[in-house]
Design a protein around this ligand. Structure first.
Ligand code: NDP
Ligand code: HSE
Length: 439
């Protein structure tokens, strides 16, 4: 079984290392030895440490490597949309099996890859693309195929989880926690994809597609990052017995006409400390799956890093290699349900709103009236002195109001907050956060 490796960076080098270290076991598990036919990289002269590879295997011509007749399996750990898309479509159409960790490409144009796999008859596996080492996609696409998944809630980005965990533990602001994440090597030099939620949104699209048998792409996912989360927000959450996590949430629903739908979103949210995801700290990932018959399932582990990600890649390599030797192919993409993706405005959620208001008669009634006008039901109201946990102005004639709503459409909640911001009696809206997980 001959393998073309595209990319030899953080993940690729660990793939090579594991291929060497576990060669005997891999041969036994597959039923044939695995051999590297070639390794495509961008810079031939780059120092790759003590990697034990014949230098003659390296090439900068990925396409020619893929096209070679003696290549059975293509492993792509380069990343990005192009040229990876062109390479993988070419490989799949030619009947090769592909293993990729490229969530950005799968979320952007998974359709092209699945169609090419169907055309060529090879396998397309991508376990490493979501939550690194955690076996998650195989359970969704195989083990849970007899069940009906209703909701997937996950922490799928390690960098942002590290930052939010640090803010929770130390009271630091976002910028300070990001600096620490960068110093410790968790955040990349350009952290945009992580902190703005693009990475989590790509993973959310992949998870939703598998869980709901529906094609969901990155553009279908409502995305908000964590750059606006403040130390005051975290203090508000703590005062409620909660913490803040960047969640990816994919949920079944029903639209006003009774049609089944799915909503997919990534945003920071308050969750109670008793929720299983609240205790997921540092750069760890975890995904909470709720299914009809299985009930609640939790998947937890390392979502990034060279070796953990390579573990998932190698697992896929063994699976596709065994399939090739047996002359079979895994079940193709399952998108039969074809549910429509609901816009964020229709997603049902809850809000936690902290306000600094004038402390005088009628103010609470006026504020409550705004919620009522938008048909948003208030669950709890707490009043304290301004400058409390929400970080208010501290004026003697001000008060802090903390309001938690019942479930309502996101658009109604957003309109409520918009109107509150325009009221004279509202000095400032100090914190607005969605609330998940039954506070
Ligand atoms: P790196 O940036 O460390 O490595 C990328 C590799 O691709 C390098 O070897 C680079 O070559 C090579 N490369 C880049 N452009 C080209 C090109 N045009 N032609 C040939 N080779 C090229 O990335 P990672 O290993 O971190 O990530 C790889 C993939 O795995 C990405 O899709 C990423 O999202 C995914 N992933 C990564 C995780 C992680 O923890 N790092 C976790 C989960 C998924 P050269 O070495 O010469 O520069
Ligand atoms: N940048 C990602 C994270 C790792 O922070 O989780 C790769 O998916």
């Amino acid at each position: 079984m001959r393998l073309a490796l595209l990319g030899c960076g953080t993940v690729g080098q660990e793939v090579v290392r594991l291929l060497h270290e576990q060669a005997t076991d891999l041969t036994a598990r597959i039923g044939a030895p695995l051999e590297i036919a070639g390794i495509a990289v961008r810079r031939l002269g780059r120092d790759r440490g003590d990697l034990a590879v014949d230098p003659a295997l390296f090439t900068t011509d990925a396409l020619s490597l893929i096209k070679r007749d003696d290549v059975d399996v293509v492993v792509e750990v380069v990343g990005g949309i192009e040229p990876a898309r062109g390479w993988l479509v070419e490989a799949l159409r030619a009947g090769k099996s592909v293993v990729t960790a490229n969530k950005a490409l799968l979320a952007e144009d998974g359709v092209a890859l699945h169609d090419a796999a169907a055309e060529g008859g090879g396998d397309l596996y991508y376990e490493a693309s979501v939550a690194g080492a955690i076996p998650l996609l195989r359970p969704l696409r195989e083990s849970l195929h007899g069940d009906r998944i209703n909701r997937v809630t996950g922490i799928v980005n390690g960098t942002t989880n590290f930052i939010l965990s640090a803010m929770d533990a130390t009271g630091a602001g976002f910028a300070e926690a990001l600096e620490e994440a960068t110093e410790l090597g968790y955040a990349e030099a350009d952290p945009t994809a992580d902190v703005e939620g693009f990475d989590a949104a790509a993973k959310a699209a992949i998870l939703a597609s598998l869980a709901f048998h529906t094609r969901v792409g990155a553009a279908d996912v409502h995305r908000e990052g964590i750059t606006e989360v403040t130390a005051a927000d975290m203090a508000s959450a703590q005062a409620m017995g909660c913490t803040i996590k960047l969640l990816c949430i994919a949920a079944r629903g029903v639209d006003p006409t009774g049609r089944e739908t799915v909503s997919v979103r990534v945003h920071p949210a308050m969750i109670p400390r008793s929720h299983p995801l609240a205790s997921v700290g540092d750069a760890f990932n975890a995904v909470f799956v709720e299914a009809d018959a299985a009930g609640q399932l939790m998947f937890y582990g390392r979502g990034a890093g060279g070796a953990p990600t390579a573990s998932a890649v190698l697992g896929d390599v063994v699976a596709v290699a065994r399939n090739r030797l047996a002359g079979v192919r895994a079940a193709s993409e399952s998108a039969y349900a074809d549910l429509s993706v609901r816009p964020m405005g229709e997603a049902l959620t809850r809000y936690h709103v902290s306000l600094d208001v004038a402390d005088r008669p009628g103010v609470l009634a006026a504020v409550a009236g705004v919620f009522a006008r938008h048909d948003v039901s208030i669950a709890t109201v707490r009043q304290g002195s301004a400058g409390g946990s929400g970080g208010g102005t501290g004026r003697a004639d001000d008060a802090e109001l903390v309001i938690v709503t019942h479930v309502a459409p996101d658009a109604a909640l957003a309109a409520t907050v918009g109107e509150l911001r325009g009221l004279d009696i509202v000095r400032s809206v100090t914190s607005v956060l969605r609330v998940e997980g039954g506070v």
